[in-house]
Design a protein around this ligand. Sequence first.
Ligand code: BTN
Length: 242
Amino acid sequence: MTWNLIVYEQTESTQDLAREMALDGEPEGLAVMALQQTRGRGRAGRHWVSPACKNLALSLILRPGVAPAEAPLLGLLAAVAVAEMLEEHRIGSPQLKWPNDVLVSRCKIAGILPEGTIVDRSVAQVIIGLGLNVNCERTDFPPELMASISSMYLETGQGFDLESVARAFLRHMEMLYLRVKQEGCGFIVPLWQSRWAHQGHTLSRDGLTGLAEGIDRDGALLLRTPDGTLHRISSGEAHPLS
Ligand code: BTN
């Protein structure tokens, strides 16, 4: 599979654009990037803050032919591809936060939004949205986010060409995705867990607090509460206590 990367100056949301194109029959491999998004979306319906022309906003169309239960694994896969790409750019020790964040120096550098469409009990399409902080500074963000974000520029003191960064990510994503096509999804969770920031840490999710024991084969978080119960959490977010 080769990527067909289309770069827009401005759009409301690459995610919405890619989803519409996929529903119109666009084959997998289309990657839509925008220099500016006017209505970028994050997880859980949040607004995605991304200063114009500084950060990467990219959405990919995949048609993986996996079972619906496995669709979330493609979000984990994209997070691994981002971490590999950051290492290639000499940004050391990127770590992953369940479900789909990439952290550097404990700060969020990228978020991923995987959105699947199920038709006749199989996954017809998955749109993988990637928001990656590339050239932004802390002051590009609202005060409440400043302390918790990082960027490739903040980590290295260097500026990066957005399209080159997109193509580098796509190269890593392609290699990992080819593996999915060849051998299925079984390798994704161990690979993701090898970069997990919170294995064995205490995490809290909607009032439930427990030890992060692992990720199950469908990508759900396994939290052990103090009474010994193992909770399987398949959606939402879980944050470290400290
Ligand atoms: C998150 O909340 O962490 C996920 C953020 C995903 C943002 C990206 S930017 C490209 C694509 N277009 C959108 O509107 N959202 C995703």
